[in-house]
Write a protein that binds this ligand. Structure first.
Ligand SMILES: [Mg+2]
Length: 255
């Protein structure tokens, strides 16, 4: 899950800006965690404590209300009574990687993947994308090859992961359906974690979320280099680190 967080932090300073050149510095002073990290940790916390996904999301968002949420989502999060609002946005998959690390089998991955999305993003595209991120992480961390995962993502979710389709540049696409192909294609083809994250960030657009998802999935194949993980962790607040540590302890306990 630190792969999702590090991707978010590295991508944060390029969101909505022109694509950076290859070889950009991974971390600079203006990097910081955004909504992707806050929501990822909120879902992890809910899984660890058996808490309702909506309750956990709302609490974390209210603690960090200026992390860059979409307008509909922040309205939902600030109001206890609003139902899910039909969003197809990439906010559902970006927060879903912990499901892939903590679920015990594929059925649970798909069930929890959809459930964490559905509290706010109950459009079929968003729920499918949340399942796809979680399933990719789950399969890869259990040793399934990137090639097999790529085929599953195409056949089961309909994503076109061929480079010439997935890596089209330009535009700011916050849809689940538009975000998943480049993020998955990068994670499943890169030789290492850093290359996957760099690949999606130079595409431009919603760079923190692209890098969050690519970083989450690439971590399940390659891990995250220690220096990058340590730097990302240093960007978090104490209470967010505490969630990350509880998550890592749980994973250690599982293995
Ligand atoms: Mg963000």
């Amino acid at each position: 899950m630190i792969g999702a967080i590090a991707g978010d932090i590295i991508g944060s300073r390029f969101e909505g800006h022109p694509s950076p050149p290859d070889g950009f510095d991974l971390f600079q002073a203006d990097c910081g965690f955004t909504d992707d990290t806050v929501c990822t940790l909120a879902i992890a916390h809910a899984l660890l404590e058996g808490e309702d996904f909506g309750v956990s999301l709302r609490r974390f968002v209210r603690r960090y209300p200026h992390a860059g949420y979409g307008g509909m989502f922040i309205r939902w999060a600030m109001n206890d009574d609003l139902p899910a609002y039909g969003s197809w946005g990439n906010g559902a998959p970006m927060r879903g990687s912990a499901v892939g690390w903590l679920a015990r089998d594929e059925d649970e991955v798909l069930r929890l993947g959809a459930a964490q999305a559905a509290v706010s993003h109950d459009h079929p595209d968003a729920m499918a994308a949340a399942q796809a991120v979680a399933l990719s992480v789950y399969l890869l961390r259990h040793g399934t090859s990137a090639e097999v995962v790529r085929n599953r993502m195409s056949s089961q979710f309909g994503y076109s992961l061929a480079p010439e389709v997935a890596f089209r540049q330009g535009g700011f696409d916050v849809s689940s359906r538009g975000t998943m192909p480049p993020a998955l294609a990068a994670a499943l083809s890169a030789p290492d974690w850093e290359s996957a994250v760099r690949k999606v960030i130079v595409l431009g657009g919603d760079t923190d979320t692209l890098a969050c998802i690519a970083g989450a999935v690439a971590e399940a194949v390659h891990g995250v280099p220690d220096d990058i993980a340590d730097t990302a962790r240093a960007h978090l607040t104490e209470d967010l680190v505490e969630v990350l540590e509880r998550f890592e302890d749980r994973l250690l306990g599982q293995s």
